[in-house]
Design a protein around this ligand. Structure first.
Ligand SMILES: [Cu+2]
Length: 122
């Protein structure tokens, strides 16, 4: 019997997560790209009602990027709703590496958080 271990199972790609559900399960959030260029980069999220699968418009959506390996946090970035559940902004990812995007979706008094993990390339 031949047993094969795949080298590289712990590389950055294995931790990337470009889609998730907010912490109480109300919304599903997907980022357009898990791999982006470092620097200022356009990002787009698509937010849907998790149960119905329908686009969720009219929400406040914001992100705070951080690098978990180095206690590095960037300012909160507010995204602009551009229709059909899509929210867009220019995001500053100051250096290459794995970035944790801690985000919030807010509908009036109801807010739920989520985390996406992407990588900025050199
Ligand atoms: Cu950093």
């Amino acid at each position: 019997m031949l047993v094969v271990w795949f080298a590289g199972a712990c590389t950055a790609e294995s931790v990337l997560s470009g889609q998730t559900v907010t912490h109480h399960g109300r919304w599903a959030v997907v980022i357009a790209d898990e791999l982006v260029d470092a620097g200022t980069h356009p990002v787009e999220l698509t937010v849907t009602e998790a149960d119905a699968g329908t686009p969720a418009d009219g929400l406040a959506v914001y992100l705070r990027p951080g690098m978990p390996d180095m206690s590095h946090l960037e300012p909160v970035t507010y995204l602009e709703g551009v229709g059909e559940g899509r929210y867009a902004a220019e995001l500053e990812l100051a250096m290459p590496g794995v970035w944790s995007l801690v985000g919030y979706v807010q509908d009036g008094d109801a807010a739920e958080s989520f985390t996406l993990v992407i990588e900025a390339l050199p």
